[in-house]
Design a protein around this ligand. Sequence first.
Ligand code: GDD
Ligand code: MN
Length: 373
Amino acid sequence: MERKHSVDISIVIPTYNEAENIEELLTGIKNSLESAGIVSYEVIVVDDSSSDGTAEIARNVVERLKIPGRIIVRSGHRGLTSAIMRGFAESRGKYIVVMDADLQHPPETIPGLFEKASNEDLDVVIASRYIKGGGIEGAPIHRRFISRVAALIARILIPQARGIKDPLSGFFLIRRSVIEGVGIEAVEKHGRSFKILLEILVKGKYRRVAEHPYVFKPRKRGKSKLGVRESLEFVKQVMELSEYRLPKFMTVGLSGVVVNMSVLYILVSMLGVPVIISSPVAIELATINNFILNDRWTFKRFRLTGKWYERLLKYHAAVGLGNLVNYAVVLALHGIVGVMISNIVGIALGFVTNYLVSSEFVWEVARHKDRGY
Ligand code: GDD
Ligand code: MN
């Protein structure tokens, strides 16, 4: 019956072979919360049948130190995201904190997350490595680089992540209502992913998000569980959450390349029309081709801004710079490398810019994010 009572914060801690870390973590949580005057909390450890006795140690510590909390043991190694979702289901706090068990996410940061959320009436507070005051301590340069690139990819492809510096953080606080009834609890699809926050940012119900700095510590004991399988899962997850818009946009772009090249070839080589005229005609036909395909396929769900001819005009504005570059490169290079090669170089330049401008300016994907996933 006691479980019916609500607490202020539920701290969800997924563990897989963290026997060497769990005691220090639980002690650290208790100390930092209590010294910040936070007494209404619970910890929920979700362990995937660790073979090193993590769950038993956690149970002992919780009992000995009288930490309000429960240790849940699942059978088998089922993945980080799925463990966190189980923690959500078991939790009853007004706010939920998700953090790792290996002390890379310092427990001293929790009160800051909570105070920020309650003082500023925020729904999501992300512990962030990439805002002022945050950082990564002692990570090898290649891991930092991969982490940055992954964050950048997520931010380009997922509009809800765009304003956020660390959308892949594994350490964050949410108001419970953010995930209630939105189906996140039920999603086992990306169970192995390490990036549940992305899923929450896309599907959750929230208005106000902010980041709070923290320093990601080096792992002192135990091993990281982030492997190739989890990284592939991340790529899949980003693709799905962005509804494959980038690959679609690229496919359309390729069809435009075919149109552009064929028209140019026919006009220049077969009909002898001067390059100065052939190239803009080829570019324009490709632009129309791309618009139609993007409008009916890539951004189908987002055909909400104005009439189709307004979007066609906007699309011209959006790809105008890219088209100009294309034309300029053809004019400048065709005498040197030939018309066709100069056109390939021209087309290649400015591709990502076109994508971003199109998605934000023509179809306004970010503005319509509330239309749901
Ligand atoms: N229950 C359960 N099941 N727990 C798991 C599993 C699993 O399959 N896999 C990992 N864990 C637990 C680990 O025991 C640890 O407490 C936490 O999840 C993070 O695992 P690490 O292997 O230490 O991840 P990392 O340090 O490479 O990456 C973490 O930090 C990044 C920065 O915040 C993750 O939280 C990333 O998502 C995050 O981007
Ligand atoms: Mn870790």
